[in-house]
Write a protein that binds this ligand. Structure first.
Ligand code: NAD
Ligand code: DAU
Length: 340
């Protein structure tokens, strides 16, 4: 089996490549990634000597480059992780989100069609469903929940999902979509809540919590997401959407306090700052379908997952120190400068 993984130099994509290599030693793995600020070749160091792995630096919006790679590799499956993924950046500058997340997806779909209806899997997000109220713990996102997006990021992901389903219905392209809740784990870029709080704690820097920290996210260890996506590409029903999540809802403030405790830092580092515009209140996935149809269940509980994640940042100081030098400093100033 030959698999092209786009966005494989980012957080989840790199974890997915390691997962595939461990589970399917004979598969040929090809990573196509533009190496934006979020893409990092250091994330793929463990595959550098692997003869059955190839890395290609290219933009998914670049039709010629994508076509060339498909011509050379004749893949059996394409899994699209490539995206602009950070909500705060989408609020500052939506255009690149539409370009990569929507038009880039279209280029991949066209190319899959052109090369004989190649199997395509779209990595989407629970954010396409919008948010749930904080006072209705009985409500969850199912695959039938209407799309109702809040940010330019989630709107671009929803647009891409609709395009993927349209290519299935109109042209018969064999597609699946997965919509996962918030991931955490190794190689998570420190612009997102958990790695940002860990990295700031390790530098004794203030911990910026948006609003009152009451917003709820449904956290899943990244390896569990990878296993679910692997199952879907092998056994998922064509044309279907699968929600992925492990019923692990937590308030942001509780996560930040937990990280402080684990790293022995005082809660006085916590600083409540201006809220995110249009901030989604609560995400909560109902994963019954993927459990029922594919037998998937998460394997890592939050207590173990956060322990492993914190340890990874302690063991990989060099990784995050490199990541937060350069462009990241400007980003931090832009997003947080006006918030304090
Ligand atoms: P990330 O920002 O860490 O990585 C994105 C990767 O895509 C980077 O390697 C980047 O270089 C690459 N990329 C960006 N634009 C590209 C382009 N035009 N062409 C080729 N490569 C490009 O993101 P992530 O958190 O790993 O998320 C991966 C996917 O999973 C995204 O589609 C995201 O919407 C989805 N997702 C993320 C989460 C989460 O909690 N992080 C949860 C559910 C779904
Ligand atoms: O639910 C899946 C989504 O999860 C993915 O589709 C996105 O790609 C991914 O970035 C993530 O989106 P969120 O907006 O939920 O994640 P983020 O880590 O940015 O924020 C998590 C919560 O923490 C959110 O309520 C905002 C809050 N927050 C975030 C940051 C970066 C803070 O309070 N302070 C911060 O500095």
């Amino acid at each position: 089996m030959k698999v092209i993984v786009t966005g494989g130099a980012g957080f989840i994509g790199s974890n997915f490549l390691y997962h595939l290599r461990k589970k399917h030693p004979a598969w040929r793995l090809i990573c196509l990634d533009k190496l934006t600020y979020a893409g990092n070749l250091a994330n793929l160091k463990g595959l550098a000597q692997d003869e059955n792995f190839r890395f290609v630096q290219a933009d998914i919006c670049d039709r010629e480059a994508v076509c060339r790679l498909f011509q050379e590799e004749q893949p059996d499956v394409v899994v699209n992780f490539a995206a602009e993924s950070h909500v705060d950046r989408s609020i500052e500058d939506p255009a690149v989100f539409l370009h990569t997340n929507v038009l880039g997806t279209q280029v991949l779909l066209d190319t899959c069609l052109h090369f004989g209806k190649i199997r395509y899997h779209q990595i989407s997000t629970d954010e396409v469903y919008g948010d749930l109220p904080l006072d209705r713990p009985d409500l969850f996102f199912t695959e039938a929940t209407p799309l109702h997006t809040s940010s330019p990021y989630s709107a671009s992901k929803a647009a891409a999902d609709l395009l993927v389903l349209a290519y299935h219905r109109t042209y018969g392209l064999p597609v699946t979509i997965s919509r996962c809740s918030n991931n955490y784990g190794p190689y998570h870029f420190p612009e997102k809540l958990i790695p940002l709080m860990i990295v700031n704690c390790l530098q004794n820097k203030p911990l910026p919590v948006y609003g009152k920290g009451e917003n709820v996210r449904d956290w899943l260890y990244v390896e569990d997401h990878c296993e679910a996506a692997d199952l879907i590409i092998q056994k998922g029903r064509i044309g279907e959407v699968y929600n992925i999540g492990g019923h692990n809802e937590m308030k942001n403030i509780d996560i930040v306090k937990l990280i402080c405790r684990k790293l022995g830092r005082p809660e006085s580092l916590i600083t409540f700052v201006a809220d995110r515009k249009g901030h989604d209140l609560r995400y909560a996935i109902d994963p019954a379908k993927i459990h029922r149809e594919l037998g998937w269940l998460p394997k890592t509980n939050f207590a173990d997952g956060i322990e492993k994640t914190i340890q990874w940042y302690l063991d990989n100081k060099n990784w995050w120190e490199t990541v937060i030098s350069g462009e990241y400093r400007k980003y931090y100033e832009k997003i947080y400068g006006e918030r304090w």
